[in-house]
Write a protein that binds this ligand. Structure first.
Ligand code: NAD
Ligand code: GLY
Length: 366
Protein backbone atom coordinates (compact mmCIF):
# COMPACT_ATOMS: atom_id res chain seq x y z
CA UNK A 1 0.00 0.00 0.00
CA UNK A 2 1.20 3.55 -0.74
CA UNK A 3 0.22 6.71 1.10
CA UNK A 4 -0.06 10.12 -0.56
CA UNK A 5 -0.60 13.21 1.57
CA UNK A 6 -2.67 16.18 0.46
CA UNK A 7 -1.20 19.14 2.34
CA UNK A 8 -3.90 21.70 3.08
CA UNK A 9 -3.06 22.84 6.62
CA UNK A 10 -5.89 21.81 8.99
CA UNK A 11 -7.73 20.19 6.06
CA UNK A 12 -4.86 17.87 5.12
CA UNK A 13 -5.65 14.22 4.50
CA UNK A 14 -4.21 10.95 3.30
CA UNK A 15 -4.91 8.99 0.15
CA UNK A 16 -4.30 5.27 0.76
CA UNK A 17 -3.69 3.49 -2.56
CA UNK A 18 -3.75 -0.31 -2.55
CA UNK A 19 -5.67 -0.60 0.72
CA UNK A 20 -8.12 -3.39 1.55
CA UNK A 21 -11.84 -2.68 1.96
CA UNK A 22 -11.99 -5.11 4.87
CA UNK A 23 -9.64 -2.81 6.83
CA UNK A 24 -11.51 0.43 6.11
CA UNK A 25 -13.14 0.50 9.58
CA UNK A 26 -9.82 0.49 11.40
CA UNK A 27 -8.37 3.13 9.06
CA UNK A 28 -11.36 5.35 9.88
CA UNK A 29 -11.03 4.73 13.62
CA UNK A 30 -7.52 6.14 13.46
CA UNK A 31 -9.09 9.43 12.29
CA UNK A 32 -11.31 9.62 15.39
CA UNK A 33 -14.46 10.25 13.35
CA UNK A 34 -17.88 10.15 15.04
CA UNK A 35 -19.82 6.92 15.49
CA UNK A 36 -22.40 7.33 12.70
CA UNK A 37 -21.60 6.62 9.07
CA UNK A 38 -23.95 7.01 6.08
CA UNK A 39 -22.67 5.01 3.10
CA UNK A 40 -23.84 6.42 -0.24
CA UNK A 41 -23.60 4.03 -3.17
CA UNK A 42 -25.52 2.75 -6.20
CA UNK A 43 -27.07 -0.69 -6.85
CA UNK A 44 -24.23 -1.90 -9.07
CA UNK A 45 -21.36 -0.97 -6.76
CA UNK A 46 -23.42 -1.84 -3.70
CA UNK A 47 -24.00 -5.36 -4.96
CA UNK A 48 -20.25 -5.96 -5.05
CA UNK A 49 -18.91 -4.00 -2.11
CA UNK A 50 -21.55 -2.65 0.30
CA UNK A 51 -21.68 -5.68 2.60
CA UNK A 52 -17.90 -5.79 2.93
CA UNK A 53 -17.67 -2.11 3.82
CA UNK A 54 -20.58 -2.34 6.27
CA UNK A 55 -19.00 -5.32 7.99
CA UNK A 56 -15.63 -3.61 8.35
CA UNK A 57 -17.25 -0.51 9.85
CA UNK A 58 -19.54 -2.44 12.20
CA UNK A 59 -16.63 -4.50 13.45
CA UNK A 60 -15.00 -1.23 14.42
CA UNK A 61 -17.97 -0.01 16.41
CA UNK A 62 -19.69 2.27 13.90
CA UNK A 63 -23.46 2.61 13.51
CA UNK A 64 -23.80 2.14 9.78
CA UNK A 65 -26.62 3.29 7.47
CA UNK A 66 -26.84 3.46 3.71
CA UNK A 67 -28.57 5.40 0.94
CA UNK A 68 -28.76 3.75 -2.47
CA UNK A 69 -28.94 6.15 -5.41
CA UNK A 70 -29.81 4.81 -8.90
CA UNK A 71 -26.84 4.43 -11.24
CA UNK A 72 -26.12 7.21 -13.71
CA UNK A 73 -25.02 10.79 -14.22
CA UNK A 74 -28.61 12.08 -14.19
CA UNK A 75 -28.89 11.07 -10.54
CA UNK A 76 -26.05 13.44 -9.61
CA UNK A 77 -28.82 15.85 -8.72
CA UNK A 78 -30.25 18.01 -5.97
CA UNK A 79 -33.10 15.44 -5.64
CA UNK A 80 -30.58 12.70 -4.85
CA UNK A 81 -28.84 14.97 -2.35
CA UNK A 82 -32.25 15.55 -0.71
CA UNK A 83 -32.63 11.78 -0.40
CA UNK A 84 -29.29 11.58 1.45
CA UNK A 85 -30.19 14.48 3.78
CA UNK A 86 -33.55 12.85 4.58
CA UNK A 87 -31.94 9.52 5.40
CA UNK A 88 -29.35 11.25 7.61
CA UNK A 89 -32.10 13.14 9.45
CA UNK A 90 -34.21 9.99 9.94
CA UNK A 91 -31.12 8.20 11.27
CA UNK A 92 -30.50 10.95 13.83
CA UNK A 93 -27.25 12.27 12.36
CA UNK A 94 -25.59 15.19 14.07
CA UNK A 95 -22.48 17.15 13.07
CA UNK A 96 -20.29 14.28 14.26
CA UNK A 97 -21.61 12.01 11.48
CA UNK A 98 -19.70 10.96 8.37
CA UNK A 99 -20.84 10.45 4.79
CA UNK A 100 -18.90 7.75 2.97
CA UNK A 101 -18.94 7.73 -0.84
CA UNK A 102 -18.64 4.19 -2.19
CA UNK A 103 -18.53 4.32 -5.98
CA UNK A 104 -17.24 6.21 -9.01
CA UNK A 105 -17.14 9.94 -9.65
CA UNK A 106 -20.92 10.32 -9.78
CA UNK A 107 -21.38 8.95 -6.28
CA UNK A 108 -18.24 10.73 -5.04
CA UNK A 109 -19.35 14.15 -6.30
CA UNK A 110 -22.93 13.69 -5.06
CA UNK A 111 -22.08 12.28 -1.62
CA UNK A 112 -19.37 14.93 -1.28
CA UNK A 113 -21.92 17.64 -2.07
CA UNK A 114 -24.31 16.22 0.53
CA UNK A 115 -21.49 16.09 3.12
CA UNK A 116 -20.50 19.69 2.35
CA UNK A 117 -24.02 20.98 2.85
CA UNK A 118 -25.79 18.79 5.45
CA UNK A 119 -25.78 20.70 8.76
CA UNK A 120 -23.31 23.10 7.04
CA UNK A 121 -20.81 20.31 6.62
CA UNK A 122 -20.10 16.89 8.10
CA UNK A 123 -17.12 14.59 7.57
CA UNK A 124 -16.58 12.94 4.20
CA UNK A 125 -14.68 9.77 3.33
CA UNK A 126 -14.11 8.85 -0.31
CA UNK A 127 -13.90 5.18 -1.30
CA UNK A 128 -13.48 5.43 -5.09
CA UNK A 129 -14.19 2.33 -7.16
CA UNK A 130 -13.53 3.47 -10.76
CA UNK A 131 -10.12 4.29 -12.16
CA UNK A 132 -11.31 7.82 -12.96
CA UNK A 133 -12.43 8.43 -9.40
CA UNK A 134 -9.26 6.87 -7.95
CA UNK A 135 -6.93 9.18 -9.89
CA UNK A 136 -9.07 12.28 -10.16
CA UNK A 137 -12.51 12.96 -8.74
CA UNK A 138 -12.01 11.63 -5.18
CA UNK A 139 -8.95 13.86 -4.70
CA UNK A 140 -8.94 17.63 -4.40
CA UNK A 141 -12.33 18.45 -2.97
CA UNK A 142 -14.47 19.44 -5.94
CA UNK A 143 -17.99 18.23 -5.14
CA UNK A 144 -21.12 19.02 -7.10
CA UNK A 145 -24.54 18.15 -8.46
CA UNK A 146 -25.87 18.90 -11.92
CA UNK A 147 -28.64 21.25 -12.97
CA UNK A 148 -30.92 20.33 -15.90
CA UNK A 149 -29.04 22.98 -17.90
CA UNK A 150 -25.50 22.14 -16.99
CA UNK A 151 -23.11 19.74 -15.34
CA UNK A 152 -21.58 20.45 -11.92
CA UNK A 153 -23.39 23.77 -11.70
CA UNK A 154 -23.98 23.69 -7.93
CA UNK A 155 -21.02 22.69 -5.86
CA UNK A 156 -18.28 23.42 -3.41
CA UNK A 157 -14.65 22.85 -2.61
CA UNK A 158 -14.92 20.40 0.27
CA UNK A 159 -12.04 18.14 1.17
CA UNK A 160 -12.54 14.59 2.46
CA UNK A 161 -10.96 13.29 5.68
CA UNK A 162 -9.61 10.25 3.86
CA UNK A 163 -9.44 8.73 0.37
CA UNK A 164 -9.33 4.95 0.64
CA UNK A 165 -8.62 3.02 -2.56
CA UNK A 166 -8.83 -0.74 -2.89
CA UNK A 167 -7.42 -1.56 -6.34
CA UNK A 168 -9.20 -4.91 -6.36
CA UNK A 169 -12.44 -3.03 -7.02
CA UNK A 170 -11.13 -2.42 -10.54
CA UNK A 171 -11.53 -6.13 -11.29
CA UNK A 172 -15.29 -5.72 -11.60
CA UNK A 173 -15.11 -2.47 -13.59
CA UNK A 174 -16.13 -2.81 -17.28
CA UNK A 175 -13.21 -2.32 -19.73
CA UNK A 176 -14.81 0.79 -21.23
CA UNK A 177 -14.94 2.43 -17.80
CA UNK A 178 -11.32 1.48 -17.19
CA UNK A 179 -10.29 3.12 -20.48
CA UNK A 180 -12.29 6.18 -19.44
CA UNK A 181 -10.04 6.53 -16.38
CA UNK A 182 -6.90 5.90 -18.42
CA UNK A 183 -7.51 9.17 -20.28
CA UNK A 184 -7.03 11.08 -17.01
CA UNK A 185 -3.97 8.96 -16.17
CA UNK A 186 -2.38 9.84 -19.52
CA UNK A 187 -3.32 13.48 -18.90
CA UNK A 188 -1.10 13.58 -15.78
CA UNK A 189 1.87 12.37 -17.83
CA UNK A 190 1.46 15.16 -20.37
CA UNK A 191 0.78 17.99 -17.94
CA UNK A 192 3.34 17.16 -15.27
CA UNK A 193 5.54 14.10 -15.58
CA UNK A 194 7.39 12.91 -18.66
CA UNK A 195 8.72 9.87 -16.74
CA UNK A 196 5.15 8.81 -15.95
CA UNK A 197 4.25 9.21 -19.62
CA UNK A 198 7.19 7.04 -20.72
CA UNK A 199 6.30 4.48 -18.03
CA UNK A 200 2.73 4.34 -19.36
CA UNK A 201 4.02 3.84 -22.91
CA UNK A 202 6.12 0.92 -21.71
CA UNK A 203 3.55 -0.70 -19.43
CA UNK A 204 0.17 -0.02 -21.02
CA UNK A 205 -0.53 -3.71 -21.67
CA UNK A 206 0.22 -4.70 -18.05
CA UNK A 207 -1.92 -1.80 -16.86
CA UNK A 208 -4.84 -3.04 -18.97
CA UNK A 209 -4.33 -6.49 -17.45
CA UNK A 210 -4.63 -4.87 -13.99
CA UNK A 211 -1.12 -5.77 -12.82
CA UNK A 212 -1.45 -4.84 -9.14
CA UNK A 213 2.08 -3.51 -8.53
CA UNK A 214 2.10 -1.39 -11.66
CA UNK A 215 -1.38 -0.04 -11.00
CA UNK A 216 -0.45 0.90 -7.45
CA UNK A 217 2.58 2.79 -8.70
CA UNK A 218 0.69 4.57 -11.49
CA UNK A 219 -2.41 5.48 -9.46
CA UNK A 220 -0.39 6.77 -6.52
CA UNK A 221 1.78 8.86 -8.87
CA UNK A 222 -1.36 10.42 -10.40
CA UNK A 223 -2.67 11.17 -6.90
CA UNK A 224 0.70 12.71 -5.93
CA UNK A 225 0.54 15.03 -8.92
CA UNK A 226 -3.05 16.04 -8.23
CA UNK A 227 -2.26 16.49 -4.52
CA UNK A 228 0.67 18.76 -5.33
CA UNK A 229 -1.37 20.90 -7.73
CA UNK A 230 -4.32 21.15 -5.32
CA UNK A 231 -2.05 22.04 -2.39
CA UNK A 232 -0.67 24.97 -4.41
CA UNK A 233 -4.01 26.16 -5.81
CA UNK A 234 -7.00 24.57 -4.11
CA UNK A 235 -9.60 26.94 -5.60
CA UNK A 236 -8.39 26.96 -9.19
CA UNK A 237 -7.14 30.54 -9.28
CA UNK A 238 -4.31 29.58 -11.64
CA UNK A 239 -2.21 26.38 -11.54
CA UNK A 240 -5.11 23.95 -10.95
CA UNK A 241 -6.40 24.87 -14.41
CA UNK A 242 -3.68 22.63 -15.89
CA UNK A 243 -5.81 19.67 -14.76
CA UNK A 244 -8.25 20.78 -17.44
CA UNK A 245 -5.93 19.73 -20.26
CA UNK A 246 -8.12 18.26 -23.00
CA UNK A 247 -11.27 19.57 -21.35
CA UNK A 248 -11.95 22.64 -23.57
CA UNK A 249 -12.84 20.49 -26.58
CA UNK A 250 -13.77 17.58 -24.31
CA UNK A 251 -16.51 19.40 -22.40
CA UNK A 252 -17.84 20.90 -25.65
CA UNK A 253 -18.04 17.44 -27.25
CA UNK A 254 -19.80 15.98 -24.22
CA UNK A 255 -22.27 18.89 -24.08
CA UNK A 256 -23.06 18.99 -27.79
CA UNK A 257 -23.77 15.25 -27.79
CA UNK A 258 -25.84 15.64 -24.58
CA UNK A 259 -23.53 13.34 -22.62
CA UNK A 260 -24.86 10.39 -24.63
CA UNK A 261 -22.15 9.61 -27.17
CA UNK A 262 -18.91 10.01 -25.21
CA UNK A 263 -17.82 9.06 -21.75
CA UNK A 264 -15.93 11.93 -20.09
CA UNK A 265 -12.54 10.26 -20.59
CA UNK A 266 -13.27 9.58 -24.26
CA UNK A 267 -14.15 13.21 -24.89
CA UNK A 268 -11.05 14.33 -22.97
CA UNK A 269 -8.89 11.95 -25.05
CA UNK A 270 -10.07 13.65 -28.26
CA UNK A 271 -9.69 17.03 -26.56
CA UNK A 272 -6.09 16.27 -25.58
CA UNK A 273 -5.24 15.42 -29.19
CA UNK A 274 -6.93 18.67 -30.25
CA UNK A 275 -4.88 20.68 -27.73
CA UNK A 276 -1.66 19.01 -28.89
CA UNK A 277 -2.54 19.87 -32.50
CA UNK A 278 -3.22 23.50 -31.57
CA UNK A 279 0.14 23.70 -29.78
CA UNK A 280 1.77 22.24 -32.88
CA UNK A 281 0.03 24.74 -35.13
CA UNK A 282 1.16 27.63 -32.89
CA UNK A 283 4.68 26.15 -32.95
CA UNK A 284 4.66 25.73 -29.17
CA UNK A 285 5.75 22.10 -29.29
CA UNK A 286 7.35 19.49 -31.46
CA UNK A 287 5.10 17.23 -33.53
CA UNK A 288 6.35 14.22 -31.61
CA UNK A 289 3.93 14.99 -28.74
CA UNK A 290 0.82 14.53 -30.88
CA UNK A 291 2.15 11.30 -32.36
CA UNK A 292 3.13 9.80 -29.01
CA UNK A 293 -0.11 10.93 -27.40
CA UNK A 294 -2.27 9.48 -30.19
CA UNK A 295 -0.41 6.17 -30.08
CA UNK A 296 -0.78 5.80 -26.32
CA UNK A 297 -4.46 6.78 -26.37
CA UNK A 298 -5.17 4.23 -29.09
CA UNK A 299 -3.38 1.54 -27.08
CA UNK A 300 -5.54 2.53 -24.13
CA UNK A 301 -8.58 1.95 -26.39
CA UNK A 302 -9.56 5.59 -26.43
CA UNK A 303 -10.74 7.63 -29.45
CA UNK A 304 -8.38 10.20 -30.99
CA UNK A 305 -10.77 11.76 -33.52
CA UNK A 306 -14.45 12.59 -33.92
CA UNK A 307 -16.26 9.94 -35.93
CA UNK A 308 -19.81 9.35 -37.08
CA UNK A 309 -21.35 12.69 -36.08
CA UNK A 310 -21.70 16.03 -37.78
CA UNK A 311 -21.29 19.03 -35.52
CA UNK A 312 -21.39 22.60 -36.78
CA UNK A 313 -18.65 25.10 -35.99
CA UNK A 314 -21.33 27.34 -34.43
CA UNK A 315 -22.19 24.60 -31.94
CA UNK A 316 -18.56 24.07 -30.99
CA UNK A 317 -18.11 27.77 -30.47
CA UNK A 318 -21.28 28.10 -28.40
CA UNK A 319 -20.32 25.24 -26.09
CA UNK A 320 -16.69 26.32 -25.72
CA UNK A 321 -17.83 29.84 -24.83
CA UNK A 322 -20.30 28.57 -22.24
CA UNK A 323 -17.87 26.38 -20.35
CA UNK A 324 -17.59 27.17 -16.63
CA UNK A 325 -13.89 27.71 -17.18
CA UNK A 326 -14.35 30.58 -19.63
CA UNK A 327 -13.16 33.90 -18.19
CA UNK A 328 -14.20 37.24 -19.71
CA UNK A 329 -15.49 35.43 -22.80
CA UNK A 330 -12.04 34.07 -23.71
CA UNK A 331 -11.73 30.41 -24.66
CA UNK A 332 -8.93 28.99 -22.58
CA UNK A 333 -6.75 26.09 -23.70
CA UNK A 334 -4.14 24.11 -21.79
CA UNK A 335 -1.47 23.43 -24.41
CA UNK A 336 1.47 21.02 -24.16
CA UNK A 337 4.84 22.63 -24.83
CA UNK A 338 6.67 19.38 -24.15
CA UNK A 339 5.70 16.09 -22.56
CA UNK A 340 5.40 16.91 -18.85
CA UNK A 341 4.87 20.66 -19.32
CA UNK A 342 1.84 22.71 -20.35
CA UNK A 343 0.95 26.36 -20.81
CA UNK A 344 -2.43 28.06 -20.37
CA UNK A 345 -3.31 30.13 -23.43
CA UNK A 346 -6.46 32.19 -23.99
CA UNK A 347 -5.42 33.85 -27.24
CA UNK A 348 -5.70 30.96 -29.68
CA UNK A 349 -7.04 32.45 -32.96
CA UNK A 350 -10.50 31.15 -33.86
CA UNK A 351 -9.15 30.09 -37.27
CA UNK A 352 -6.67 27.74 -35.53
CA UNK A 353 -9.41 26.28 -33.33
CA UNK A 354 -11.61 25.74 -36.38
CA UNK A 355 -8.85 24.10 -38.44
CA UNK A 356 -8.04 21.82 -35.53
CA UNK A 357 -11.64 20.69 -35.27
CA UNK A 358 -11.69 20.00 -39.00
CA UNK A 359 -8.54 17.92 -38.66
CA UNK A 360 -10.07 16.04 -35.69
CA UNK A 361 -13.18 15.25 -37.71
CA UNK A 362 -11.28 14.65 -40.94
CA UNK A 363 -13.77 16.59 -42.98
CA UNK A 364 -17.04 15.92 -41.14
CA UNK A 365 -17.36 19.45 -39.67
CA UNK A 366 -20.01 21.41 -41.58
P1 NAD B 1 -19.51 6.68 -12.68
O1 NAD B 1 -19.41 7.10 -11.29
O2 NAD B 1 -20.78 6.89 -13.40
O3 NAD B 1 -19.09 5.15 -12.79
C1 NAD B 1 -19.11 4.54 -14.06
C2 NAD B 1 -19.91 3.23 -14.04
O4 NAD B 1 -19.13 2.24 -13.36
C3 NAD B 1 -21.22 3.31 -13.30
O5 NAD B 1 -22.18 2.54 -13.98
C4 NAD B 1 -20.90 2.68 -11.94
O6 NAD B 1 -22.01 2.10 -11.33
C5 NAD B 1 -19.91 1.62 -12.35
N1 NAD B 1 -18.96 1.21 -11.32
C6 NAD B 1 -18.29 1.98 -10.45
N2 NAD B 1 -17.38 1.26 -9.78
C7 NAD B 1 -17.50 -0.01 -10.23
C8 NAD B 1 -16.82 -1.21 -9.92
N3 NAD B 1 -15.79 -1.24 -9.10
N4 NAD B 1 -17.23 -2.35 -10.55
C9 NAD B 1 -18.24 -2.31 -11.45
N5 NAD B 1 -18.88 -1.20 -11.81
C10 NAD B 1 -18.51 -0.06 -11.20
O7 NAD B 1 -18.38 7.42 -13.58
P2 NAD B 1 -16.89 7.93 -13.27
O8 NAD B 1 -16.23 7.96 -14.58
O9 NAD B 1 -16.27 7.23 -12.14
O10 NAD B 1 -17.15 9.43 -12.79
C11 NAD B 1 -17.71 10.40 -13.64
C12 NAD B 1 -18.17 11.56 -12.79
O11 NAD B 1 -17.04 12.12 -12.14
C13 NAD B 1 -18.82 12.68 -13.58
O12 NAD B 1 -19.99 13.08 -12.91
C14 NAD B 1 -17.79 13.80 -13.54
O13 NAD B 1 -18.38 15.08 -13.58
C15 NAD B 1 -17.12 13.54 -12.21
N6 NAD B 1 -15.75 14.08 -12.10
C16 NAD B 1 -15.47 14.82 -11.01
C17 NAD B 1 -14.19 15.32 -10.81
C18 NAD B 1 -13.88 16.09 -9.57
O14 NAD B 1 -12.79 16.64 -9.47
N7 NAD B 1 -14.77 16.11 -8.61
C19 NAD B 1 -13.19 15.03 -11.75
C20 NAD B 1 -13.51 14.26 -12.87
C21 NAD B 1 -14.81 13.78 -13.04
N1 GLY C 1 -10.77 17.43 -12.36
C1 GLY C 1 -10.19 18.74 -12.32
C2 GLY C 1 -9.97 19.26 -10.94
O1 GLY C 1 -10.15 18.58 -9.97
O2 GLY C 1 -9.59 20.40 -10.79
Amino acid sequence: MRTVKVNLKDRSYKILVGADLSKLGSAMRALKLGRQVMIVTNPRVGRWYLAKVEKSLEQNGYSVYHTIIPDGERYKSQESANKIYAKCLRSGFDRGGTILALGGGVIGDLAGFAAATFLRGISLVQVPTTLLSQVDSSVGGKVAVNLPDGKNMIGAFYQPKLVYTDLKTLQTLPAKEFANGLAEVIKYGIIYDKRLFAYLEKNILCIKKLDAAILEKVISRCCEIKARVVALDEREKNLRAILNFGHTFGHALEGITQYKKYKHGEAVAIGMVGAAKIAECLKLNAEEITDRLEKLLKEAELPVSIRGIKISWADYLRFMRHDKKVLAGKIRFVLPVEIGKVKIVDTVPLSVIKNTIVSLTKGSCK
